[in-house]
Design a protein around this ligand. Sequence first.
Ligand code: FE2
Length: 181
Amino acid sequence: MNETTYQEMKEKIIQHFALTSYSVHGVDHWTRVERNGLLIALEDDTVDVTVVRYFSIFHDSRRLTEVEDDLHGPRAMELLLAIGPDRLDLTHNQFSILVYAVEGHTDGVLAGNSTVGSCWDADRLDLGRVGTLPDPKYMSTKAGKKIAVAVAANLKQKWEVARAVAAARKDSGKLFNWRRK
Ligand SMILES: [Fe+2]
């Protein structure tokens, strides 16, 4: 993979991203998707890491709203088709896998291809950011399923702690108000 080409493309995509820099679909999310994809690839050497990394920066790049933007996948695909494989230093085969993964990433289906599956799993493993637990049944890869179980268990624990802290704060507020009476 040509790292300079990748970083330059990432910069351009960030410059044209329509949402804010703290969007739940923005750069921080793309970075976690990249990390998740690389983790999955560690357990399956048929996964094309270059395609997974490009998926991470393209898949949500054309989102126009934070919610209900069903066409952001096809829009990102159009962007990819306008750029073409050569400017990304990809073979035609890599490029068609990337286009397919980007266009279909919101369809909620599973993938037979390990690279496409890794892309979609990497994205779905980051659902905790919007309050949804990653579910192994929606993961296409063996590694994705395994990571989903671990991530979900960790999130459940964190959310339980947060709920307990919120409840304790509420109770301490009541106590404070009672003492003031
Ligand atoms: Fe995403």
